[in-house]
Structure formats: structure tokens, C-alpha cells
Design a protein around this ligand. Sequence first.
Ligand SMILES: *Cc1c(COP(=O)(O)O)cnc(C)c1O
Length: 416
Amino acid sequence: MITHEQCLYWDKEDELKHFKDEFALPKDIVYLDGNSLGARPKNSLNYAQHIITQEWGEDLINSWNKADWWGLPVRLGDKVGQLIGAKQGETVISDSTTLNLFKVLSAAVKIQANKYPERKIIVAEKDAFPTDIYIIEGFIDLINQGYQVELIDGVSDLDRVLESEVAVVVLSHVNYRTGYFYDMAEINTKIHAKNALIIWDLCHSVGAVPMDLNAANSDFAIGCTYKYLNGGPGSPALLWVNPKHRDEFWQPLSGWWGHRKPFDMAQHYEPAKGIRRYLCGTQPIISMSLIECGVDIFLKASMQKIREKSLKLTDLFIDLVNQECSEFGFELITPTDHHYRGSHVSYQHPHGYEIIQALIARGVIGDYREPEVLRFGITPLYLGYEDIWNAVQHLKAIMQHNEWKNESYLVRGAVT
Ligand SMILES: *Cc1c(COP(=O)(O)O)cnc(C)c1O
């Protein structure tokens, strides 16, 4: 039996508890959606003010050099790189995850076409975040060279598909819906044994779980900075390329920011040496700059400690739902095995949508994903054990009193 007192004790003993002070969160809410839009680092307000008034307002165009706006995508990439097992010069921040997938997919397919022209299959998961599948479809249609997308059911289906002519596999390191966490090194070994290449989508794993892209011998990776990393709504995304592939090919969004000498204003494209060739055009400097506020907090903590607390909090959530809400029909779809669990917990329930609305009305902010999935993001830097206790007590009250039946909870906004 887990008690409220026990949760308070765990909070008292929590080594990471002081990190909550680094974030601005409204009072009296439990924010369980940091996997979709991370909370605001307090420092981001001052930093935004500095960038807008000083760098933009006072220094104007000089800031490209003086504040090194030009170098920002790589400088920030190197900082984020420390969280993903990247070395200096392997990561850039730019554009969105969706666009970055297009770039690395083009590169991966081109590299494979040179070596193994008969390989025409691109693999993704049926349950992938849909933008990944949409981009693969758009890319295949654009190049029109007989490529096909093959959608697999999950990790158990991978061996089967790898018996065919697979060029590239695109997987989410942590599945956005179920929270399934792929064993990166093991999967890479399997894929490389069949001479295919892997692209990892890190949207739900960067800042959530420790990883080492180099040690695992990954090929390409992309991922959001506005989720666990708290970069701010729509902040630009990361892109990582294994150095062994980096200079083999450039990507077709060959804009001037990826040019070897952009200010020569040369007539023809020549890719930059190194990771800058994955840039395209002028970047949103204000939005990009704010990523640093979130990443700096992570660099003061340790991903290992964050992971330990994340597992304790997700365990607590699951145990409390078992203890307090067992009769209400919630079906856990997140792995119970730590080795395969990311940092969110998801349940399926036929009234998932209304239950999430009722929770939000009580100040517990989780989210809903089709079909019938209630998703609760666990962000150890600004959540404690009592928060989890409170969230589950609210859930129990909503179910006991049928609060979710309120008709207003059936109304859907443009964004669910
Ligand atoms: C959030 C998310 C995206 C979103 O990509 P954007 O280009 O930022 O809209 C892509 N893939 C996964 C797995 C995600 O979770």
C-alpha cells in the first residue's frame, strides 16, 4: 500500500528536487505534458529580453558576428550533443524534426542507392508518429524511383522485414503513444547485419532517457527540442549524422546556409564540410537561442539521475493506478519492463478523451492520442512524487463521481 506520506518522504529525499525552481509553472497544476510541450525555464524570459533588446535592438545586424548568430546552430548542436552521445561537430539545430527527417532520409537513401541499388524498401512503424510516415511517402513520390514504404507492427516484426531488400529503417527511439523504448544498440546491430541504415527519431527520448548514438553506432538521428528539452513552442530541431556518413552526401534542401562559402555568393552549390551542410536557410534566431536555457539545466543535472527518477515516477504512477483505480477499466499500454519503458505512461480507455478533459479541468494536464489513449508525460526535473499522488487522486475522483460524463468534455478543440 503506497501512502501520501510515503510520497512526501520520497520528495524529501529526492536529489533532483531543487531543479523544479528553474521552471516557471502555474501554481496548483500538475503538468504531465512535458513530453509534448516542455515547461518554460525561468531564465528564458530574461534571455529573450536580452536577445530582443540588446542583440537585435542595439547590435542589429552586427549580431551575426558579435553574438555569433551564424554559429548558433552548431554551437547549440554541440550542447544538445552532450545529451545524446554525440561528439563536437556532429549535431546541428535547425528547422523542424519533420524537415530534418526529409534531409537525413534523402542522404541515407542516396548513400544506399550508390552501394546497394537493388534495395528499394524504406521501413517505418505503423505506430510511428504520422509525420514520419508522411515524409517518407512524400519523398518516395518525389524521387519516383520505385521505392516503397513498408510499415511494420513493431520490434517483433523487424526480423521478418529485414529479410527483404531494405535500404533504410526509420524508428522512434521511444514510441510517442505507448512509450515503448527501443534498445538502440541491439536494433542497430540487427539492421547493419543486413546492410541497411537506421534513422532514429529522438523526439520522445532526447532529455528523457540516456543514450549514446556513437557507442550504439547509429547512422542518423533527428528530434524535437520543444518537448523534454523545454526549448519553447516550435523551437528548431536537432539533426545528428554519424561522421562516417557526413561527407558522403549532402542533402537536397541545398540552401545557402549549407554552402561551403555562403558569403561568396557563388553561382553553384558546394556543400560545407561537416555538419553545416545539413542547414538550409536563415534560422529563427530568437526561438533557437532559447533552447539553450533548457539544455543548460539538463547539463547541470545528469541524464543517469534523471533516468533513475523517471523510472521511479513512472513506476509510482503505474502502481498507484493499480492501487486506486483498478475497477475503472484502464488498460496499461506502456511496457512494465524498465528496459523498454521511456518516460511517459499511457493507458487505453473507451472514454479517454473525456477523462483527459475532466483531468485538465482539475488542473492535471495530460493529453489524449487516438485511439482512446490517455498519455501522461513524466519530466523528473519539475515533477515530484506528491505530484503523481495528486494526479492519481484526481483521476480516481473523476471516475468515482463520473465527472467525465459532463457533456462539455465531448467538445473537441482544433488541437486535441
Ligand atoms: C512531436 C514529434 C514530431 C513532430 O515533428 P515537428 O516537425 O516538430 O512537428 C515528429 N516525430 C515524433 C516521433 C514526435 O513525437
